[in-house]
Design a binder for this molecule. Structure first.
Ligand code: C2O
Length: 554
């Protein structure tokens, strides 16, 4: 591989959306941010310089970071933030991964505007395991708030209530013609008949799992989270925040005489409804072969067809889609699923409550003396004020974290029953320690406390295999019999089904401290997060590398 250098300057920029302008934090003045391109095996060196009045850190979502946890990026987990006027060089090598990933700010809610695509091409001369597309296009879903991000966060933290719902979903930063003042801010994919396009879909939205569809066209899924899958074709796909999906789009063989909306709609168990005029839309625009696309009359009068999307609360649709995902599991792209298990964990993930701090009138929890919280095994994780990785590396963890994360819920209960009987949440900075190379099985169970909801759980530093999923309470006696240990999908972010469970396996072959959290930003803020410590192995190449000299200090 070669070394690719990037300069990321964090600066303010004025951006106009939805009939108004505001100043936002960006990288290099771009929204969405610049695309990072590398090949498998390359070293990537990104110098990040902070020119804004807010601490920042950047995360390379899905990059394995083998032994280079210092470059992973979550603030207070693997590094202290980069302060105003300071720089930090993220330096990592892309090993055994190819496909679409992304990068985003990993502090506060700054990823609302600070994100971009991370495209990993295969090694030179290695073809895709599917027919080569004629063109590749990144398609990034996001969210836009008219209010200032800081205001939104403090609302979400204090009350858990409105207005932390965004004003628009976006495609490549553009809301599209169904929103006010936004016809000019529409993503248009100009295509020719009879070609194959590969869309690199990225869900960078803060809080929305999304359905995505293009009217009158099918999408063939070929890769998720930078791992190839057995191709399958759908009308509509599902993508959770944090996840990436490559799809092949075949255009009609001849000029169809129409243009087509591509639309994304949030999946929500609490907001039923269908396609409406607040849905983000882009346009698939066929370029008429007889007319140059520069012609003013081009495509103007064509009808615009809308896709049919599922109901917003269609949990079965989500389950059926994710059940189709399978690793290639070929000699060239094997699925290295751990066949035996050294460490077995059961984590409940869900919402809960904490006593309201201070003046109860500012709390909008289920009762006026409580605020919303979210927890894993009843622990609502509190970010430390010093970076966990450095504390671990120097052996100075006392006062920063404790190594007693519970491996089952503190009080077992009927997780999906109504009414729930365990809403207890305690705060803490607790970590789970794993020996090097342990083979881990983790079952994550959604709870119905305050309503069932799907949680896209993201694990830093690893890919994992999704060996099983189901609805209701996980049954440790009977459910493992149906686990797929042959060709389960391999990924870095998985949706814990609403009112159900998911089982994953991974090998703890990457020493360091690794964050795991719900990629719905509001749930992360409420505490649905924890971290793993993976100890060094005995051999020199099994140890975490020393920290870079420019590692930011707290
Ligand atoms: Cu994409 Cu910890 O995040």
């Amino acid at each position: 591989g070669i070394t690719r250098h990037y300069d990321f300057n964090v600066t303010m920029a004025n951006v106009t959306r939805l009939c108004g302008s505001k100043s936002i934090i960006t990288v290099n003045g771009q929204y969405p941010g610049p695309q990072l391109v590398a090949r498998e095996g390359d070293r990537v060196v990104v110098r990040v310089t902070n020119h804004v009045q807010h601490n920042i850190s950047l995360h390379w979502h899905g990059i394995r970071q083998l032994r280079t946890g210092w470059a992973d990026g979550p603030a207070y987990i693997t590094q202290c933030p980069i302060q105003t006027g300071q720089s930090y060089v993220y330096n990592f090598t892309i090993t055994g991964q190819r496909g679409t990933l992304w990068w985003h700010a990993h502090i506060s809610w700054l990823r609302a505007t600070v994100y971009g695509a991370l495209v990993i091409l295969p090694k030179v001369g290695v073809p895709y395991p599917f027919p080569a597309p004629d063109k590749e296009v990144p398609v990034i879903f996001g969210e836009w708030w008219m209010a200032d991000t800081e205001t939104i966060i403090s609302q979400a933290t204090k009350t858990g209530g409105a207005p932390n719902v965004s004003d628009a979903y976006t495609i490549n930063g553009l809301p599209g013609p169904l929103y006010n003042c936004s016809a000019k801010d529409t993503f248009k994919l100009k295509v020719k008949p009879g070609k194959t396009y590969m869309l690199r879909l990225i869900n960078a939205a803060l809080n929305g799992e999304l359905f995505f569809s293009i009217a009158n066209h099918t999408l063939t899924v070929v890769e998720v989270d930078a791992v190839y899958v057995k191709p399958f074709t759908v009308d509509t796909l599902v993508i959770a925040p944090g996840q990436t999906t490559n799809v092949l789009l075949k255009t009609k063989p001849s000029y169809p005489g129409a243009n087509f909306y591509m639309s994304a709609l949030p999946y929500s168990t609490t907001r039923p409804g269908t396609f409406d005029n607040t849905t983000v839309a882009g346009i698939l625009e066929y370029q008429c072969p007889e007319e140059p696309s520069s012609s003013p009359s081009f495509n103007k009068a064509l009808p615009l067809l809308k896709p049919t999307l599922p109901q917003m609360n269609d949990t079965n649709f989500v389950g059926n889609f994710t059940a189709k995902l399978r690793s290639l599991a070929t000699a060239q792209y094997p699925a290295a699923v751990p066949q035996s298990v050294d460490k077995r964990f059961f984590f409940t993930v869900g919402l809960g409550t904490l006593p309201c701090p201070g003046n109860a009138s500012t709390c909008q929890g289920p009762t006026n003396t409580t605020q919303f919280a979210a927890a894993i095994n009843n622990v609502s994780f509190v970010l430390p004020t010093r970076a966990l990785l450095h504390s671990h590396y120097t052996g100075l963890s006392s006062g920063v974290y404790s190594s007693d994360f519970p491996n089952t819920p503190l009080i077992p209960f009927n997780y999906t029953g109504t009414p729930p009987n365990n809403t207890n949440v305690a705060t803490g900075t607790k970590l789970m320690v794993l020996p090097f190379n342990a083979s881990v099985e983790l079952v994550m169970q959604d709870t119905s406390i305050l309503g069932t909801e799907s949680h896209p759980l993201h694990l830093h530093g690893f890919n994992f295999f999704v060996v099983g999923q189901g609805y209701g309470n996980y049954d440790p006696v009977n459910d493992p019999a149906s686990f797929n240990l042959v060709d389960p999908v391999e990924r870095n972010t998985v949706g814990v089904p609403a009112g159900g469970w998911v089982a994953i396996r991974f090998r703890a072959d990457n020493p360091g401290v690794w964050f795991m959290h719900c990629h719905l930003e509001v749930h992360t803020t409420w505490g649905l997060r924890m971290a793993w410590v993976v100890l060094d192995g005995r051999l020199p190449h099994q140890k975490l590398l020393p920290p870079p000299s420019d590692l930011p200090k707290c």
